[in-house]
Design a binder for this molecule. Structure first.
Ligand code: ATP
Ligand code: MG
Length: 477
């Protein structure tokens, strides 16, 4: 679950609990308030009614005259209220007059509590189930004329009206709380989005940095804890960038510096070879040849390292030399022929009939194919063969170098382009090499927009290298 979802769930959960608590408390208060108001209204209504019907009730009690006059006195009140009104007379075994039903009945026994309260002038509202099975509120007031009590008037209303009011208030309250919770959730979501924006920025920056964009920094870090991490990230990025720059500069400078002494050594060995005294000494000549071979290897390695250092520092330029690939390939083969013959390996080359001109730095081109052919020679035992074919396919030159050598086990194949990786080191104990050749070739090809693929049927099944080189390369990184 993402941090945003978790933050949202926690906040909305807490707010929900708080709002429900507030709603229950406020609801209880509102319910109680409504009930008190309602009862107060009933009490004041019954008082008014008692006063209003008193003259008619007095006349009726005195003369037992017609019900119609009494009914007329009750009529306006009955029209206003939602309940039932009843009049009871005292002193005549309390008979009842009902506005809706003119039948006369005796007072209910036992007397309901609101009667006693009315007689003692402390009226109450009593809730109970009436004869019709409904829950009702009852209240009563004394009917008096000239200070003399004539009877009691009773009002009963079903509780449903009050319940409806209460339910309505609860509904409004619940709707308000839901709306509030939704607003709060929106605000929390916005706040979480803002907070996490800095975190996302940090994540994206780290990803860009990891992909090699060492110049990238986080623009305007926020002023919170995440901002502090962003500042630390920027500081770390700056430090790593300057360390890498220093490292690249060092690699580039030292590779360059190595060349001068090597050239001097090479010149000296050539001078020694020409010396008549030494040329007669077979051992000395062999040593000088070995020194020459090692110098060539070192020079090749230094050239490769220089290229890698420039590449890492983004300073490798595409060359502008106009090179005919056909001539280049046959010249390189001729250079390598003595070494191949010495090893007893047949090195053949097939070329297209027409020249193919490309713009390239000749030393880059040489580095790529020297390394590939050097590998083919190194890893192909005596008596076997190597074939290099060059074919033009539209805008692409396809080089295929196939050897019949020691091959590469499938588990090593994916890693042979890594720097300093040598497949099956135990097997290659006697074969010189540092594991850099293929990574240098691949890096140069990448800059020129070319590709390299290595395939092998497995150990002792030979190896095939496929290089695609564009005739008109454009600089790529
Ligand atoms: P370097 O080229 O730096 O002198 P290297 O030849 O060991 O050393 P790479 O050219 O990068 O390094 O090759 C990496 C590894 O790939 C080699 O060590 C070897 O195990 C394997 N490899 C490359 N070319 C061949 C080949 N033609 N036949 C068999 N194995 C090969
Ligand atoms: Mg190599």
């Amino acid at each position: 679950m993402s941090i945003r979802t978790r933050l949202l769930a926690i906040n909305v959960g807490l707010l929900g609990i708080a709002f429900v608590g507030i709603m229950l408390f406020a609801g209880a208060q509102i319910t109680a308030g409504l009930r008190v108001d309602y009862e107060q209204r009933l009490l004041s209504e019954i008082n008014l009614i008692a006063q209003g019907v008193a003259p008619a009730a007095a006349t009726f009690a005195r003369d037992e005259s017609d019900d119609a006059a009494l009914a007329a006195a009750f009529a306006p009140y009955e029209a206003q209220i939602t309940g039932t009104l009843r009049l009871y007379f005292t002193g005549q075994s309390i008979e009842q007059y009902s506005g809706e039903n003119t039948a006369r009945n005796r007072t209910p026994h036992p007397e309901p509590p609101e009667f006693e309260a009315a007689i003692t002038e402390e009226p109450i509202v009593n809730q109970r189930v009436s004869d019709d099975g409904l829950l009702r509120l009852f209240t009563a007031a004394s009917v008096k004329l000239d200070g003399q009590t004539i009877g009691l008037v009773q009002l009963s209303v079903p509780t449903s009206a009050l319940q409806a009011q209460i339910a309505q208030r609860w509904a409004v309250l619940a709707a308000g709380m839901i709306a509030l919770t939704a607003c709060a959730a929106l605000l929390v979501a916005r706040a979480a989005h803002r907070m996490l924006y800095s975190l996302r920025q940090l994540q994206e920056s780290a990803a860009r940095f990891a992909q090699g964009d060492l110049k990238h920094r986080i623009d305007t870090p926020s002023r919170d804890e995440i901002g502090a991490v962003a500042h630390a990230f920027n500081a770390m990025a700056a430090r790593i960038e300057s360390m890498l720059e220093a490292q690249h500069a060092f690699a580039s400078n030292t590779s360059h510096e190595f060349r001068t002494p090597l050239t001097t050594i090479q010149l000296r060995t050539e001078a020694l070879k020409r010396s008549p005294a030494l040329s007669k000494d077979a051992a000395a000549c062999r040593y000088l040849d070995e020194i020459d071979t090692e110098i060539a290897r070192l020079t090749n390695m230094i050239q490769g390292l220089t290229v890698l250092a420039r590449l890492d520092a983004d300073r490798l330029e595409l060359g502008r030399d106009e090179v005919d690939i056909v001539r280049f390939a046959s010249a390189l083969r001729n250079q390598l022929l003595p070494a191949a013959e010495k090893k007893g390996v047949v090195l053949t080359l097939s070329l297209p009939d027409e020249a193919i001109h490309v713009q390239v730095n000749l030393s880059h081109l040489t580095l790529v194919f020297r390394n590939l052919l050097d590998n083919a020679l190194k890893y192909t035992p005596n008596g076997r063969s190597i074939h290099w074919s060059v074919v033009r396919d539209g805008d692409t030159i396809i080089h295929t170098i196939t050897d019949t050598g020691i091959g590469i086990a499938p588990e090593h194949l994916p890693r042979v382009f890594e720097r300093f990786y040598r497949a099956d080191r135990a097997r290659l104990r006697d074969v010189p090499g540092s594991g850099l050749g293929l990574s240098i070739a691949a890096a140069i090809l990448r800059v020129y927009g070319g590709t390299i693929q290595l395939s092998s049927g497995g150990v002792n099944q030979g190896t095939t290298v496929l290089v695609r080189w564009r005739v008109n390369p454009s600089q790529e990184r």
